[in-house]
Design a protein around this ligand. Structure first.
Ligand SMILES: Cc1ncc(COP(=O)(O)O)c(C=O)c1O
Length: 390
């Protein structure tokens, strides 16, 4: 074999039987082959297991899928190249012309955009309510055939809490699928509710350090199989190296989530007592309007704390610009603390009434609490609140 040939057919090094790596190797390969054409044909006919092309499946991404399914307490999972890809793929795969979708004002902006603009182009209609409008949810589900209900809890950014038991019971009775973007609550929460599909942005708590994008859809074997049918051609695949980084991040998921939630709870209490703050949004605070419901549904209240500053938009600007330890950046759930203002989250798609119902005011700021020392974070917040209040 000449050297130009050799570099394309390097020597294989396989682990001998009885010897294993503690960290599974990254299968950074797009292609897999079988010994013979006959075996390849058997694979295509579904008569033997294996891998062929990583757009459809790959051992490293599969390891991540199996782990996430188990964490969320469902049979199967499909991972995607970003959280938004998981949302888009689910919506596109599950709806057809003439279907109706129930969605909410308090939903991640791109999800609302997908429903309104993308599904709308294909003849899918929708109704958008507030997640707290129990009567409206009941009325729509009883009066209009609905393919799916898509929702979040706690919601972004003002941490409203969906009544999961009521919502899932009513949707089930109406024959509608429930799709929950569970990114804020994490993989260890809400699995005991009758939710059909959980969506996650793996970019957030799974990765933890914000160096990789990823998404997941988790549900029954049957639903995930039906999503997989379109998956290979929609192409929103997660790269194996990204899957490896997310698997690595998940090793510390529980300690991070719990430690960051504990800091968030202290910071929420600190903000609630501060004179420059009009209102704090954190489901762990007894003053939260749905604290009792949140306490019944969740073990950890999460790492997102929002508050409305008394001085409105100007105060929010001074606050965000004065903070030293909170990066003025998108995303959440990473080990460093982050801040975003209402202006950064603004959407022109909502009417004035919908804006009011969203609960976001000009002085709303959202904090994502990281792993820094909580005393340092509170000192930084105190300095920024002094600047905001002055
Ligand atoms: C609730 C929620 N869902 C989905 C996403 C999208 O995730 P990604 O940025 O990985 O596409 C985000 C991102 O901020 C989010 O906050």
């Amino acid at each position: 074999m000449k050297k130009p040939t050799r570099v394309n057919h390097p020597p294989a090094v396989e682990l001998p039987p009885g010897n294993r790596a503690l960290i599974a190797p990254i299968y950074q390969s797009v292609k897999f082959e079988f010994e013979t054409l006959a075996e390849t044909e058997r694979f295509f006919r579904g008569e033997r297991p294996g891998f062929f092309y990583s757009r459809a499946s790959n051992p490293t991404t599969r390891q991540l899928e199996l782990l996430l399914a188990e964490l969320q307490g469902r049979a199967d999972c499909l991972v995607t190249g970003s959280g938004v890809a998981a949302i888009a793929h689910t919506l596109l795969a599950l709806t057809r012309q003439g279907d109706h979708v129930l969605c909410f004002i308090e939903t991640y902006n791109p999800t609302r955009y997908l429903i309104r603009r993308v599904l709308g182009r294909f003849g899918v209609t929708h109704t958008m309510l507030s997640i707290e409008d129990a009567a409206g949810i009941e009325r729509v589900l009883k009066s209009q055939p609905t393919r799916l209900v898509i929702f979040e809890s706690p919601t972004n950014p003002v941490t409203k809490i969906a009544d999961l038991s009521a919502l899932t019971t009513q949707a089930r009775a109406a024959g509608a699928l429930t799709v929950m973007d569970n990114t804020f609550a994490g993989f260890h929460q809400h699995g005991n509710y009758d939710v059909d599909l959980y969506l996650h942005s793996l970019t957030k708590y799974a990765s933890g350090v914000g160096d990789v994008l990823g998404g997941a859809v988790i549900g029954s074997a049957e639903l995930i199989r039906s999503l997989r049918a379109d998956f290979g051609v929609l192409g929103a695949t997660l790269d194996p190296h990204a899957a490896y980084l997310i698997l690595r991040g998940l090793r510390t998921y529980f300690v991070r989530y719990r430690e960051q939630s504990a800091s968030a709870a202290r910071i929420a209490a600190f903000l609630a007592a501060h004179p420059a703050v009009a209102r704090v949004h954190y489901p762990g605070l007894p003053a939260h309007p749905r604290h009792a419901l949140a306490a019944a549904q969740m073990q950890d209240f999460g790492t997102i704390v929002s508050c409305d500053l008394k001085g409105g938009a100007e105060a929010a600007r001074r606050f965000a610009d004065t903070l030293k330890l909170f990066a003025l950046a998108a995303s959440l759930g990473s080990t460093e603390s982050l801040v975003v203002t209402a202006q950064m989250m603004a959407t022109r798609e909502l009417s004035a009434e919908q804006q009011r119902l969203s609960g976001v005011t000009e002085g709303t700021v959202r904090l994502s609490i990281g792993l820094e020392d909580v005393e340092d974070l509170m000192a930084d917040l105190a300095a920024a609140l002094a600047a905001a209040g002055s």
